[in-house]
Design a protein around this ligand. Sequence first.
Ligand SMILES: *[C@@H]1O[C@H](CO)[C@@H](O)[C@H](O)[C@H]1NC(C)=O
Ligand SMILES: *[C@@H]1O[C@H](CO)[C@@H](O)[C@H](O)[C@H]1NC(C)=O
Length: 186
Amino acid sequence: MNQSFSLLSLSSTIVVFLVLNSFDYGVNGDLVSDLCKNASTIDPQLKYDFCVAYLSENPASKNAHDLLELGIISMQICLQNATSVHSYIVQILKDGKEIPASKPCLEDCLDLYSDALDSIPEAIQYFKDKDYSSANIEMSAAMDASVTCEDGFKEVVSQYLTSPLTKQDGDFSQLTAISLAITHMF
Ligand SMILES: *[C@@H]1O[C@H](CO)[C@@H](O)[C@H](O)[C@H]1NC(C)=O
Ligand SMILES: *[C@@H]1O[C@H](CO)[C@@H](O)[C@H](O)[C@H]1NC(C)=O
């Protein structure tokens, strides 16, 4: 009696697990690719493959069931990346191997990414509060960090400076574009 009861509960646990698992998987594969298709239509600069890769790479996406949850996850990905770009710039400045003319640009970029580190959590809070237009303003401000940072290097024309942050700025810009496209859907 006891044994058959535990066998029964074990098998029903397995069934529940399998059902939930396939449900999650099915919903998310579709949700992420659907979202990225729509997002890259809204914003032609946004690359579909990049969107799918970074959203589905994040373990939290597996448990996301709707656009609201994916919106928050995408902003958290932006926050992580801004944090990592920020420390990357700190490291470059600390190493002191940069071309002297690029130092002021790097310092500007550091400030810009610091600001982004303030804007993104505010965007997340607004998004959770369903104030989508304010969330949009904060995420746009964050995205501007990468654009303004990159432009800073282009402005020092006489020095033939190349930005050491092109990849970082480009990635961050794409990541914020995903979040912006999601806030536009609400
Ligand atoms: C994508 O766009 C289609 C067509 O407008 C819409 O029906 C669908 O709900 C959208 N999906 C997502 C995840 O945004
Ligand atoms: C995020 O930030 C780091 C900077 O340290 C960068 O190297 C990385 O490629 C970035 N991009 C993504 C999409 O994670």
